[in-house]
Design a protein around this ligand. Structure first.
Ligand SMILES: Nc1ncnc2c1ncn2[C@@H]1O[C@H](COP(=O)(O)OP(=O)(O)OP(=O)(O)O)[C@@H](O)[C@H]1O
Ligand SMILES: [Mg+2]
Length: 399
């Protein structure tokens, strides 16, 4: 008859990061529910999902291992980690020390030594209950999508400032989520001086596993009120990240946050129209050049047609300046090129935009007196007052 599991292990969830670990230490973990994964899963190993993570230092290349442990250390809900192996690179161990709970066991070790290290980490983890799941926002969530008519029109800048203005307006903790959907090379993290942590590739074929806890492992907090969801640079991301994973992530974000702001890629992806049709507002950002205005008009028309008239995009003219510096079209001339009225304008302020981007953070933080901040505040007030809330379930708003 098999011996009963040690009480400390019964019902515990242990993630084994390394293909040889199950065979090597599986017996010492009897009673626990174990799961084997590759190093890419390490950064999302949350205390709410796993009681312990065992990492085989010998199974992974030192740089990849150090990066994964560093990413995990940036996750405030990281599970305790036990690093085992013969090779213990200093960078890995140094990053490991940044975790709230971790230990190192150098090979060769006995079963008793392993069991003691595991028991100590589990005992240490016990008093820390998994944080309560985020409450669905009262009264549902609102989602605004922002897209540039041409490259460099200012979509990311405006998305960052809108999200910041909404966070200040709401004042509630974790009320706003800015999602950078430029999955290959989104600039929002750099603009905010934040480290991107979203890894949708890990959920290929398993989009339904994305829930509020996974989302929290993906977010980078920017302020108490504002979270960022953005992916590390990956040139293949648009080909490899599944449509289902993107849409599920958006759905969960709408269940968790009062406000969701999307920085959309300019070119249409398999999930673009669904993301836009689930948004309460679609803002097309243009600059004041004739080609940009023509592109803005075409893009707005394309979106309107594709969404069956359900959501009428609004056109925002960015970098409005006095005419003294060159032959920019006036607002009237711009509206003639657009063949419609622009819905809002944002002043040009290169110094403020560059200073904020260079310092890492919103313009509202580094140059609060900039006209950009004032214009964005006006735009946000106007749109927030006129919009309709979506259901907390994230269900698409009826057209
Ligand atoms: N109102 C503004 N005044 C001055 N500079 C601005 C303004 N808005 C944006 N910029 C600057 O314009 C440049 C492009 O902005 P941004 O990256 O936001 O554009 P984008 O539309 O997101 O570009 P991409 O097509 O690469 O995604 C940046 O240097 C930014 O600082
Ligand atoms: Mg951008």
């Amino acid at each position: 008859m098999a011996s009963p599991p040690a009480p400390a292990l019964a019902g515990r969830r242990v993630l084994l990061v390394g293909p040889a670990l199950a065979a090597a230490v599986g017996d010492s973990l009897k009673g626990a529910a174990t799961e084997t994964a590759a190093i890419e899963r390490l950064p999302q190993a949350n205390a709410g999902t796993y009681d312990l993570v065992v990492v085989d230092a010998d199974a992974w290349e030192a740089t990849a291992l150090a990066a994964a442990v560093q990413d995990l250390a940036a996750n405030p809900r990281a599970a305790p980690v036990l690093l085992v192996g013969q090779r213990m690179p200093t960078t890995v161990v140094r990053n490991l020390l940044r975790l709230a709970s971790s230990d190192v066991l150098e090979a060769p070790f006995t079963a008793d030594q392993f069991a003691n290290a595991v028991a100590a980490l589990l005992a240490g983890a016990e008093p820390a209950p998994a944080p309560a799941p985020m409450a669905a926002p009262e009264g549902g969530s609102r989602c605004w999508a922002i897209t540039g008519a041409v490259g460099g029109a200012g979509a990311t800048t405006i998305a960052v400032e809108i999200a910041t203005a909404l966070a200040a307006r709401s004042g509630k903790d974790k009320s706003v989520c800015l999602i950078d959907l430029n999955l290959a090379d989104g600039a929002a993290p750099a603009y905010l001086g934040a480290q991107p942590a979203m890894r949708l590739n890990d959920f290929a074929g398993a989009a339904e596993r994305i829930d509020a806890a996974v989302l929290q492992a993906f977010v980078t907090p920017v302020s108490k009120q504002l979270d960022l969801l953005a992916s590390p640079r990956d040139p293949d991301a648009f080909d490899t990240v599944g449509r289902e994973a993107v849409l599920r992530m958006l759905e969960v974000a709408c269940e968790c946050y009062e406000w969701v702001v999307l920085d959309m890629p300019r070119h249409r992806r398999a999930w673009t129209l669904e993301a836009l049709s689930g948004s309460d507002e679609v803002l097309v950002i243009s600059e004041l050049t004739v080609p940009a205005l023509i592109a803005a008009r075409s893009l707005a028309e394309e979106i309107e047609t594709a969404l069956g008239g359900g959501t009428k995009p609004r056109i925002v003219l960015n970098r409005l300046a006095s005419r003294m510096f060159g032959p920019a079209p006036s607002m009237t001339e711009a509206e003639r090129a657009l063949q419609r009225k622009a819905d809002a304008g944002v002043s040009s302020d290169w110094e403020a935009a560059a200073a904020a981007a260079n310092l890492g953070g919103p313009i509202a933080q580094h140059r609060p007196k900039s006209k950009i901040v004032k214009d964005i505040a006006q735009l946000v007030e106007r749109l927030a007052d006129t919009g309709v809330r979506r259901h907390a379930s994230g269900a698409k708003r009826a057209a």
